[in-house]
Design a protein around this ligand. Structure first.
Ligand code: HAM
Length: 423
């Protein structure tokens, strides 16, 4: 049996890498004082009808459940989040700063960086419409990449404000209702042939030249970014951020700031995307709750590819995965000491030290091989010298004889937790 196209198996190595990404995301988001939440994987299709953007609506995993409900595997988190917030808005102090790490489903053409099941971290800030809130989100977005050892020469944020295009259209006499039709043209600029774009612009009576001229407006002549950039400068984030009028985002709900994160070499698809969606909560709650909101999501697929491509980031990931795997391997060098060795194994485990050992009597050399193969950091040899034992760091084979209290200290286990007298 084959797995479905666009879906992944996670053998232990892939799972370790995925966990590295999740653990890093979670740590950084918490450092920025965002709280974790989650929602259901399956949602009523109506939730996405209201505002998800035309392209997304063609990519839904949609079916009738056995109770004849029209349902969808969630393609994104934002509509679910707005539902959660609208339902219990009064219970939470503003601004609401929440994040979530979860799987999503889109029936996309499988290609590099795009799968049918993928993970995202979503970070959203609700109840504050100021540039300070936008800057806080951008700072978190940048931090979520730097935490993997990625630098300003590896990735950058391309940022825009949809209002600039709204003004461009109204200045030329178009009604606001035509904005999303127009933004769809800008959104496809990089991928479409110039002749295709020119043809699409024809429907607006606009020329490609006119569009290009606007795109070339120097950043300091674009209104509305002053406060945001003052904040970004204070946080020393300017080198990571570039204003780019071609970024408009494919989702309909964005109202102002929009941004996407790309790798500098531009070999990959977008690493992340987000923006401000001040009207969505009101739409989803049928007018009951009206709160400004902004947020973004980073996907695990493109990020994973980028980490693999950048030598230092890959080495960092490998070191993390190795260290997370196994700290200690207890070697039974004298079978009559097996009871003590087993006690030691359980003691170490109960105090948070990932520990393994050989289930059956085995030559010492074989046990060392097993320790190496499992990637243990230390081999702990329990033999005749008990209660002293040999502690060998497998990376550089440095060996020393230690007492149990010394072992505790060297493994960085707090003596405060000791439930038994002998460690
Ligand atoms: P999005 O741009 O659709 O935004 O997705 C964000 C990121 O998720 C993309 O940049 C990409 O890394 C990843 N992604 C999307 N589709 C796929 C796929 N088929 N395979 C692999 N990765 C994928 C949103 O989802 C918005 N809801 C983000 C947001 C949160 N806006 C406000 N708050």
């Amino acid at each position: 049996m084959q797995k479905l196209p666009g879906f992944r198996d996670f053998y232990p190595n892939e799972c370790a890498f995925r966990n590295y990404i999740f653990e890093t995301w979670r740590r950084v988001a918490r450092n920025y004082a965002f709280q974790e939440y989650d929602g259901p994987t399956l949602e009523p299709t109506d939730l996405y009808r209201k505002k998800s953007g035309e392209e997304l609506k063609t990519q839904l995993f949609r079916f009738n459940d056995p109770g004849e409900r029209d349902v969808c595997m969630r393609p994104e988190m934002t509509p679910t989040l707005t539902r959660l917030v609208a339902a219990r808005e009064r219970d939470f102090r503003k601004p609401i700063k929440w994040f979530s790490i979860a799987p999503f489903f889109r029936f996309e053409k499988a290609q590099r960086g795009r799968l049918r099941e993928f993970y995202q971290i979503n970070c959203d800030l609700i109840g504050d419409a100021s540039p300070a809130a936008d800057a806080e989100l951008l700072a978190l977005a940048v931090a979520l990449f730097r935490a993997f050892g990625l630098t300003q020469s590896d990735f950058y944020v391309r940022l825009n404000n949809r209002e600039l295009w709204a003004r461009f259209l109204t200045d030329r006499g178009f009604p606001p209702e035509r904005l999303s039709e127009f933004l769809a043209i800008v959104d496809k600029l990089e991928r479409d042939e110039e002749s295709t774009t020119a043809k699409k612009l024809g429907a607006f009576g606009l020329s490609l030249g006119e569009l290009k001229q606007f795109l070339a407006t120097p950043t300091d002549q674009l209104p509305g970014f002053e406060d945001l950039f003052r904040e970004l400068r204070l946080r020393e984030l300017e080198p990571f951020i570039q204003v780019d009028l071609t970024i408009v985002r494919g989702l309909d709900y964005y109202t102002g700031l929009v941004f996407e994160v790309f790798d500098r070499s531009r070999q990959n698809r977008a690493l992340a995307g987000g923006g401000r969606y001040d009207g969505l909560i009101k739409t989803v709650s049928d007018g009951a709750v009206d709160l400004p909101a902004a947020g973004f999501a980073i996907g695990d697929v493109v990020l994973g590819n980028l980490i693999e491509e950048i030598e230092s980031a890959r080495a960092w990931a490998e070191a993390y995965c190795r260290a997370a795997r196994l700290q200690a391997f207890v070697i039974v060098a004298a079978e009559e000491r097996r009871p003590e060795a087993l006690k030691l194994v359980e003691q170490l485990r109960s105090r948070g030290c990932a520990t393994d050992y050989s289930l059956h009597p085995m030559k010492v050399g074989k046990q060392f091989q097993q320790a190496e193969a499992l990637g243990a950091q230390y081999a702990l040899v329990v033999g005749q010298e008990w209660p002293l034992l040999k502690m060998k760091r497998l990376a550089d084979r440095v060996e020393e004889t230690v007492s149990l209290p010394e072992l505790t200290q060297k493994l960085g286990l707090s003596p405060a937790y000791v439930p038994h007298p002998y460690l």
